[in-house]
Design a protein around this ligand. Structure first.
Ligand SMILES: NC(=O)C1=CN([C@@H]2O[C@H](COP(=O)(O)OP(=O)(O)OC[C@H]3O[C@@H](n4cnc5c(N)ncnc54)[C@H](O)[C@@H]3O)[C@@H](O)[C@H]2O)[C@@H](O)CC1
Ligand SMILES: Nc1ncnc2c1ncn2[C@@H]1O[C@H](COP(=O)(O)OP(=O)(O)O)[C@@H](O)[C@H]1O
Ligand SMILES: [K+]
Length: 467
């Protein structure tokens, strides 16, 4: 579980926000007391009367741990503390001095039913030392319940990379804001339930976790065209385009046209077919002013005809959702081409497609943001963690979606859902975030061993939860 629509900041941004609070007259010790009070509250709630072991590292994460130990002890809890080194910050040193209870070294530590991880937080700069990682993992394994302060120790704050974090942490209490490491890469699966403590630190950021969208019920006087017309272009593998078209219908588009070789074919009767055999046909079709958005790429193929279709769709002044083969055809020319588009574009690459289109280094967020700015397109960079970035610098992160989504065709469903949101919700990151939420929720409703077709069946339920 992940706090919905919560602000996300990097380690450096969190430090800057903290400095601004200090500059406004709040002492560092006061902020640490606030953080630790939130930790103690959560630990007490889960611990009940069970013995607690608190691990305190050398930095301010350890400082929070010393204060939490003192607060829990004062409330009558049975607390033991393990110090892994000498405090390296003034605040941590002062808080250590105030802790009067039982303290041991790491290697003398005895497992206890409740474990609090205050080893490292946003200051993690390198992998956990092996011995420490092994003892830590063992203490987590033997505890009934583990809570990590701010981040699981051994997760990189900005990328979520694994720096030796154990499995089995039950709750992570993020302090002040979420960090990318809570959602990306290994972070997404190591945090357990993610909670967020408000420390009254002003946070200024354009990055947020994906939130449940607010969708509109059609008005009393709605008609099919005012609810949005989506055109999906068929190619070599018609099943993929059909999945996208059906997802657009289930996602609330008023009218969906499947354009391809055949004016008939499988699919719901409500799906309108249009014969489009050549790029010229496509250009003519896309000249229809009722069309509000176009989906191109699912099952398109990569032959000359597919390329000609891509050129025709590019030139049409219509919002365009590009997926699958269309992205592969764009390849490393993507940014150059996309800059010339006469209307907004959304791209939905998985990591392989993304890598073929965009070079660059850094975290998944940094790369997706740079690509969105360069290509002037909103990018939904899919995977176990999904990073959505707009050219303006907005980011939405989604983690914790069902791993059963890793099956063929679920990406086609996302492309269709996105088109339905584009025709109803408009521009930029808003429809992309809504589509990602609906997709993940439909997967949750579909349960284990889902197939893409089943995912579509659950979209209306997901939509109904957003009205
Ligand atoms: N930013 C905020 O708003 C607040 C932050 N607080 C706490 O402060 C934490 C950040 O504190 P720090 O910046 O001191 O960082 P940490 O406490 O995360 O750790 C930094 C220390 O650990 C060392 N270190 C890093 N990686 C190591 C490794 N693999 N092995 C051994 N040593 C390693 C560093 O050299 C440094 O001495 C936050 O995570 C949070 O818990 C709270 O006290 C108050 C509010
Ligand atoms: N392990 C996973 N956990 C959560 N979601 C996943 C996982 N693997 C894939 N997904 C999601 O499933 C979809 C797969 O899309 P894609 O790879 O394009 O498949 P296809 O092209 O076969 O439709 C994406 O929305 C992606 O985010
Ligand atoms: K921690």
């Amino acid at each position: 579980m992940i706090p919905s629509g919560a602000p996300i900041v990097t380690a450096a941004q969190m430090r800057a926000a903290e400095q601004a609070v200090f500059a406004s007259g709040v002492a560092q010790d006061e902020l640490m007391e606030r953080a630790a009070a939130a930790v103690a509250r959560e630990v007490a709630r889960f611990a009940m009367d069970r013995p607690i072991l608190i691990l305190a590292g050398p930095g301010n994460n350890g400082g929070d741990a010393y204060v939490a130990a003192r607060l829990l002890h004062a409330r009558g809890h049975d607390v033991n503390l393990v110090a892994t080194g000498t405090p390296q910050t003034g605040a941590a040193e002062r808080m250590q001095a105030l802790w009067q209870g039982p303290t041991s070294s790491l290697y003398a530590a005895r497992p206890r039913p409740v474990l609090v991880d205050g080893l490292f937080g946003t200051g993690m700069t390198r992998p956990l030392e092996r011995g420490l990682a092994a003892v830590f993992a063992d203490l987590v394994k033997q505890a009934d319940f583990t809570l990590s302060i701010d981040l699981p120790s051994g997760i990189d704050t900005d990328s979520g990379a694994d720096l030796g974090a154990p499995r089995g942490i039950d709750v992570t209490l993020a302090l002040g804001a979420l960090k990318p490491g809570h959602l990306l890469d290994c972070g997404g699966e190591r945090c357990g339930t993610l909670l967020l403590a408000d420390l009254d630190i002003p946070i200024d950021t354009r990055w947020r976790s994906v939130a449940r969208p607010r969708l509109d019920t059609p008005g009393a006087h709605s008609h099919k065209y005012c609810r949005g017309l989506v055109a999906v272009i068929e190619g070599a593998m018609p099943g993929a385009a059909r999945l996208a078209a059906r997802a657009a219908m289930a996602g609330g588009a008023g009218y969906v046209v499947l354009a391809g070789d055949r004016p008939w074919g499988d699919g719901p009767d409500a799906l309108v077919r249009r014969e489009v055999r050549s790029a010229e046909d496509l250009t003519e079709f896309l000249g229809w002013d009722r069309i509000d958005a176009v989906v191109l790429g699912p099952g398109l193929g990569r032959d000359r005809r597919a390329e000609a279709f891509l050129r025709a769709a590019f030139a049409a002044p219509k919002p365009l959702i590009l997926d699958g083969d269309a992205l592969t055809l764009l390849g490393s020319n993507a940014a150059r081409w996309l800059q010339t588009r006469p209307a907004p574009t959304w791209l939905t690459p998985h990591w392989g497609e993304f890598d073929r289109m965009f070079a660059g280094e850094g975290s998944k967020i940094a790369r997706t943001l740079a690509a969105a700015a360069e290509a002037r397109a909103t990018i939904v960079h899919k995977g176990a963690d999904t990073v959505i970035a707009s050219p303006k610098g907005d980011v939405r992160l989604l983690a914790g979606a069902s791993p059963w989504l890793s099956t063929a065709g679920t990406g086609d469903v996302l492309a269709g859902l996105l088109a339905a949101q584009v025709v109803q919700e408009g521009k930029g990151i808003v429809p992309a975030s809504a589509a990602a939420w609906l997709h993940a929720r439909a997967a949750q409703l579909a349960g284990p061993a889902l197939i893409a077709d089943a995912l579509i069946m659950h979209i209306p339920q997901a939509v109904s939860e957003c009205l």
